[in-house]
Design a protein around this ligand. Structure first.
Ligand code: FES
Length: 236
């Protein structure tokens, strides 16, 4: 893939973030980066059925790497438009819209496009708000309370407010109408995996074992309710 570099210099205020390093380098262009085509499954290894996904909570799955988390969300309404977006590197791309019978199923990276805040087992500052977000004044948004970025999952996770310079990267989903099953096939929008691995190297090694964080997910990706994954989801 064509690789470009982008250097974002953090503000002095943002330098107090626990995320290091302060320099975020967005290294990949916005077009689709294809990875393994994997089926989304539940904890028992059974295929997730799109029509069974609740719209009252989000889900989480790791893809395309063993350590990179994503939101899986049933918006509860169609998102069948192709929004034209621009990533933090200035690359234009088209968000593909939702999948499923109602076109309401979407998936995005849960790594904040600002300074890489992500859900851990203990706490998550980045969450999907099914209730009213204080910052956004409405429900149905993804908020990152690290520095108050708000993303719109019904429109490609574009930035509604806050310091993030680009949308959350999107997971390309494929829907099999005959089986009602969902597959992940790639990722597009500005990708921040290199920065993520670098910033959290020690944490990821401790959580998963040395070198495991960069393992590619193959065949299946396990989907769990977001509330089961992280003990405390901070909303704002
Ligand atoms: S890490 Fe700064 S808003 Fe998410």
């Amino acid at each position: 893939m064509d690789r470009r570099s982008f250097i974002k210099i953090c503000s002095a205020a943002a330098a107090t973030s626990s995320v290091a390093p302060c320099l975020i380098r967005q290294t990949q262009a916005a077009e689709l980066a294809t990875f393994e085509r994997v089926k989304l499954v539940d904890a028992q290894g059974l295929p997730i059925k799109a029509s069974k996904l609740s719209s009252s909570s989000a889900y989480l799955f790791n893809y395309p790497y063993a350590s990179t988390p994503n939101f899986l969300i049933n918006l509860g309404k169609p998102a069948d438009h192709a929004d034209q977006l621009t990533d933090a590197n200035g690359n234009a791309y088209a968000w593909r819209g939702g999948v499923g019978a109602d076109k309401s199923i979407v998936a995005y990276s849960a790594i904040c496009a600002h300074q890489l805040s992500y859900p851990s087992k203990d706490v998550s500052l980045i969450t999907y708000n099914t209730g009213k977000s204080q910052m956004a004044g409405r429900a149905g948004v993804i908020t990152c309370c690290s520095h108050n970025s708000v993303y719109d999952p019904a429109h490609g996770a574009k930035v509604l407010s806050g310091p993030a310079a680009g949308p959350l990267s999107a997971v390309a989903l494929e829907y099999d109408a005959a089986s009602d099953e969902i597959y992940a096939t790639g990722v597009y929008g500005g990708l921040l995996f290199d920065d993520f691995f670098k910033a959290y190297k020690s944490q990821l090694n401790a959580e998963l074992g040395a070198g495991k964080a960069k393992e590619i997910v193959t065949a299946t990706a396990q989907v769990v309710p977001f509330g089961d994954y992280t003990k405390t989801a901070i909303q704002c």
